[in-house]
Design a protein around this ligand. Structure first.
Ligand SMILES: [Zn+2]
Length: 239
C-alpha cells in the first residue's frame, strides 16, 4: 500500500482530532434481539504466536466474551486460505510481505502465509466463548481472490451470502468486532453500511495492523459512511 507523506500527515492530524472526539455515550445502548454481533477473524493466525499477528490481538477475546451475552445473534468469520493463496507474498516472485501487487481485481497488499485451511493457525481462538454464535463465514478460500469483508470478496463482485442471511432473520443492525480494525473489520463495516444495515464498530473489541496510516484512513472512511464508533462500555450487558 503506498501513501504519500502528505496524506499520511493529514491522516495523522485526523486521528488526533478523532481521538479527542466523542466522550462516552450519554445513553448506553441495549442491542435489540434484531441485532447481530459480528466477530471478525479472531483466529490463532492473527494473535501473538500466529503467522500474521496483530499487536494486542488476544486482548480483545475477553472483551468480546463480555459483550456477547448482549446479543441474540452472533456471526463469526474465519480467514480460510488455500495454500499458495494469491494474497501471500510467497506466491509472487520477488515480493515481500506488506508490499503490494496488482491482481486481476486491483491492488492487493501481500501478507505472510497465514490462516491456511485446516491448520491450527487458522483455528478460532480457543478462549472465545460465544454461546449464541450460529454461523461461521469462511472467506478467502478462492485461491486468486482475497476477502477482507464478511459480505463481499475483494473482487467486489462475489457475495458471501451473509447479507441475505441477516435480512431473512430480520436483522438490521450489526456490531462489528475483531481483527484487524483497519482491514477485515473496516471492510465488513463499510460493506454492511452499503447493504443498508445500521453499523457500529466496538473499538476496544478490535486491534489494528496500521500499515502506512491504514488505521486513520479506515476510521475516516467509516465515519464518512455513517458507521458509529463505540466502546464496549457503551453497551448494556444482561447479568
Ligand atoms: Zn487473509
Amino acid at each position: 500500500m503506498t501513501i504519500s507523506r502528505r496524506s499520511l500527515l493529514q491522516s495523522a492530524a485526523l486521528t488526533a482530532l478523532a481521538s479527542a472526539g466523542p466522550a462516552a455515550l450519554a445513553k448506553p445502548i441495549r442491542p435489540s434481539t434484531r441485532a447481530a454481533l459480528i466477530v471478525v477473524d479472531v483466529q490463532n493466525c492473527f494473535v501473538e504466536g500466529g503467522t500474521l499477528p496483530v499487536k494486542g490481538g488476544a486482548e480483545i477475546v475477553p472483551i468480546i466474551n463480555k459483550i456477547a451475552p448482549a446479543f441474540a445473534n452472533i456471526v463469526v468469520t474465519q480467514d480460510w486460505h488455500t495454500a499458495g493463496h494469491a494474497s501471500f507474498a510467497s506466491s509472487h516472485a520477488s515480493k515481500k510481505p506488506f508490499e503490494t501487487a496488482k491482481l486481476s481485481y486491483g491492488t492487493q497488499v501481500l501478507w505472510p502465509d497465514h490462516c491456511v485451511q485446516g491448520t491450527e493457525d487458522a483455528a478460532l481462538h480457543k478462549d472465545l466463548a460465544l454461546p449464541t454464535a450460529q454461523v461461521i463465514v469462511r472467506k478467502g478460500f478462492h485461491k486468486s481472490v482475497d476477502s477482507y469483508s464478511a459480505f463481499e470478496e475483494a473482487d467486489r463482485k462475489t457475495r458471501t451470502g451473509l447479507a441475505g442471511y441477516l435480512k431473512e432473520r430480520g436483522i438490521r443492525t450489526v456490531y462489528v468486532t475483531g481483527l484487524a480494525t483497519d482491514f477485515c473489520v473496516a471492510w465488513t463495516a463499510l460493506d454492511a453500511r452499503k447493504l443498508g444495515f445500521n453499523v457500529y464498530v466496538v473499538e476496544d473489541a478490535t486491534r489494528a495492523i496500521d500499515l502506512d496510516g491504514s488505521l486513520a484512513a479506515a476510521w475516516k472512511k467509516l465515519k464518512a459512511a455513517g458507521v458509529k464508533r463505540i466502546q464496549s462500555a457503551d453497551l448494556i450487558i444482561p447479568t
